[in-house]
Design a protein around this ligand. Sequence first.
Ligand SMILES: Cc1cc2nc3c(=O)[nH]c(=O)nc-3n(C[C@H](O)[C@H](O)[C@H](O)COP(=O)(O)OP(=O)(O)OC[C@H]3O[C@@H](n4cnc5c(N)ncnc54)[C@H](O)[C@@H]3O)c2cc1C
Length: 454
Amino acid sequence: MLRVAVVGSGPSGVYTAQGLVQQTRVPGVRVHVLDRLPCPYGLVRYGVAPDHEKIKSLQNNLRDVLTDERITFVGNVAAGAPGPAPAQLLELYHAVVYCVGASRDRSLGIPGEELPGSHSATDFVSWYSAHPDAPEADFTGPALTARSAVVIGVGNVAVDVARILARGADELRPTDVPQGALGVLAGSAVRDVHMVGRRGPSQARFTTKELRELGSLPSAAVVVDPAELALDPVYGSAAAAAALPVVRRRNLEVLRGWAADGAREAERRIRLRFFLRPVELLERGGRVAAVRFERTAPDGDGGVRGTGSYEDVPAQLVLRAVGYRGEPLPGLPFDDRAGTVPHTAGRVLRDGLPSPGEYVAGWIKRGPTGVIGTNRPCARETVESLLADAPELAGRPVADDPVARLRAAGHRPVPWPGWLAIEAAEAALGASLGRRTVKIPDWDGLLAAAHGPV
Ligand SMILES: Cc1cc2nc3c(=O)[nH]c(=O)nc-3n(C[C@H](O)[C@H](O)[C@H](O)COP(=O)(O)OP(=O)(O)OC[C@H]3O[C@@H](n4cnc5c(N)ncnc54)[C@H](O)[C@@H]3O)c2cc1C
């Protein structure tokens, strides 16, 4: 029997576990899927926006995999620290596949970034997604008394946070947003959400479906300045637009339509801005009050250059959505520049050589790009490498009962029934509030539901 630990129960971890048990080349593979949280599904639970119910429902597909009898979910065990180090995991399992994602945010590196009222979109997403490590206090105070918010970035995460800020309470109540966040968002004073990119509209990274959705929000209107769109050389050239990748061409068409129609009257406005590079966050009364941008222009090489002309956009709330980054896991090699674990075809490299029994998949392997489905071929490649190595790996003696060993070492794993108990508690919480399922946002609440009151 080949015993494998998959560390991380997001899409890449679940697809890796599925690939390992569903193949026929190596019989008798058993997989433990460990997660530092007592809840499975990674960013599908804690990243995908709560109002995107169809994508959220992918959790049901991941659940089907995790209930396979050859797969065991082991929540509340953080590999590296404070949980078992990589070397200890190799004493418990023949192979370990790290699928720990890339949860750290990138910073802008500009003055004022640390001012109160300035946050990473990562923290904001974690807060409205009820991640138990979310810095709740940051958003319950003055932040949402802001009337004007700036979202820096023009990718899908920027679109998500702009949309959540622009939605009314009635639109969020049917989702699983935690009760505290719902209350804060319901009372939000935000009227203008500026979503700002340093490059042109033809280079924005959002996908057309997500962009178009902004135009269908009941209580918000999209504002696009045709003069700003026209700064993009592609905008005025049918031939250049035709040569764009299809998503970018469609994005331009959507933006062109909004610019032509003009904005309708609405309670809130989402202002899409381009060719503006943030240079400083300005302070008043100890908090962020505005973002200073430098106007940029295409440099003719696919990038942009500064023009020396500046614009201050008022903002009492600033969310930077400029990308995610992997975090080093103690005891595992890490490429600090790339923010990933060095590997070849999913085999972890130590000092440039494949480390027997250690693998990676998902965002920590290839960086934080792609949609959920992109993790499937990524996991497949890693599974192929592991299966090819299986004959050498399986000969090594490992623990009979790794979970018992973890317990003996003082860890308190949450097994699958513990997760089911959390789900039941969230359904009961929702019912008590007259809502559907409502997520539990704190460690104590999650662990009390999983283990029973302490
Ligand atoms: C805000 C946001 C919204 C998104 N929305 C969409 C969308 O709508 N549609 C779409 O297709 N894609 C979306 N994505 C992308 C998608 O979520 C990712 O492609 C996918 O989740 C990456 O999978 P992963 O398994 O590599 O990482 P993750 O999903 O991050 O899973 C990593 C798991 O590892 C666990 N972990 C971390 N460290 C440890 C440790 N030391 N020990 C044990 N466990 C650990 C974490 O708790 C987590 O469960 C979104 C991403 C973000 C950030």
